[in-house]
Design a protein around this ligand. Structure first.
Ligand code: UD1
Length: 356
């Protein structure tokens, strides 16, 4: 059985690392890794392959940065060529990026079966490029791997229950494995000498491309009282010299996955607009303030572990002081999502001995 996996952005490398290693162990499965080139800086891409020991992609499509239409269009053209040459049984796509929609759309038009890891997530905000990408990807995929029961229910509501399998979340599998390694590889002192800090990340288009929202966020950071460490996504850098913030805000280069886990473990609280980091904060029992107007990960809201506050300074400063937290549920599965996904692909796939 031959699988072409399409990845291109930071969170996809983390998710794919789990699955790729499991596929390698399967005698009758062969994986072709395609990197679209959506993220291309070493600290946004190469460092994840090195650290998570993902083998070099078989194809790097070198698409890079461009408008949504140009970026997705170039990916479509280049992925189509790979799929025609490789003739896979399945295409595997992850999450909600432009690489996800390009991979699933190219496959669907060639009548190649597609499986979507992290299906059924919805923010109900169609202004987000990610929401468009995930709705369309779920609609045209043949197999939907849902990370939570809420995702299963959403897919059922959309009439896609027949294609859906509840797996748990591969990001939970990943953190269970890598949190043991993070401190050994990157003790906090190697990344920063700051203690008692808040950890913050900002990269969503709705925040980075709107000066008022970004200024509100950084004004709140400036008044938090403690240091705020911000590993900065390149998208956010572009507007940074147009806003003001005080000295307690410490901007650093993007960090690797293991460095991020170390920062997470040592921080007081997290402030972020990232979907992945909201969950990772929850997994490591760090309270989170979500700097967006909605979240797809509603499970993290229980017990005060996560508050969706938007970008209003007063709201951010009010919620950061909450100190009472409830019990957590095991909404994200049992750490074996990757195994379930690979088993399901194997069960449904065309068994073909690729060793011959
Ligand atoms: C993308 C995904 C988002 C995901 C995020 C993870 C889409 C629509 N969005 O957003 O769902 O949460 O990745 O990080 O697919 N840039 C660099 N170097 C890089 C990568 C990006 O400088 O290595 C800059 C470019 O100027 C680019 C901008 O960042 O224009 C945005 O990159 P892009 O890939 O379009 O989207 P992300 O914001 O990273």
């Amino acid at each position: 059985m031959k699988i072409v996996s399409i990845i291109g952005a930071r969170p996809q490398f983390i998710k794919a690392a789990v699955i790729t290693k499991l596929i390698e162990k399967e005698k009758y499965m062969q994986e072709i890794i395609v990197h679209t080139g959506q993220h291309y800086d070493d600290n946004m891409s190469k460092v994840f392959f090195d650290e998570l020991e993902i083998r070099k992609p078989d194809y790097n499509l070198g698409v890079g940065s461009a408008s949504h239409a140009v970026q997705t269009g170039l990916m479509l053209q280049r992925i189509e060529k790979v799929l025609i040459d490789e003739e896979p049984d399945w295409v595997l796509v992850y999450g909600d990026t432009n690489s996800t929609i390009a991979g699933s759309l190219a496959a669907a038009k060639l009548h190649i079966k597609t499986a979507h890891v992290e299906a059924g997530l919805r923010s109900f905000n169609m202004n987000m490029p990610e929401e468009i990408n995930r709705i369309l990807t779920d609609r045209i995929s043949n197999l939907l791997f849902a990370p939570t029961i809420n995702a299963v229910k959403l897919l059922e509501k959309e009439g896609l229950g027949g294609n859906t399998v509840f797996t748990g979340d591969v990001m939970y599998d990943s953190i269970l494995h890598y949190q043991k390694l993070s401190d050994k590889t990157f003790p906090l002192g190697k990344i920063t000498n700051i203690e008692n800090f808040y950890l913050a990340t900002i990269h969503r288009q709705e925040n980075t491309d709107d000066k008022t929202r970004l200024q509100n966020i950084f004004s709140a950071f400036s008044e938090l009282g403690n240091k705020v460490i911000v590993p900065l996504h390149p998208r956010t850098k572009k507007l940074l010299d147009k806003i003001t913030y005080s000295e307690n805000v410490k901007i650093i280069e993007p960090v690797s996955y293991l460095e991020m886990i170390t920062l997470l473990k040592n921080c007081k609280k997290v402030l972020t607009d990232s979907g992945g980091l909201q969950k990772e904060a929850y997994f490591l029992k760090k309270p989170c303030i979500t700097l967006r107007d909605e979240t797809e990960w509603i499970e993290t809201l229980e017990g005060n572990w996560n508050f969706v506050v938007g970008t209003n300074k007063e709201d951010i400063l009010k919620k950061i002081n909450i100190k009472k937290f409830g019990k957590q549920s095991n909404a994200f599965g049992n750490g074996k999502a990757g195994e379930k996904i690979v088993a399901e692909l194997e069960r449904l796939g065309t068994i073909k001995d690729t060793t011959k």
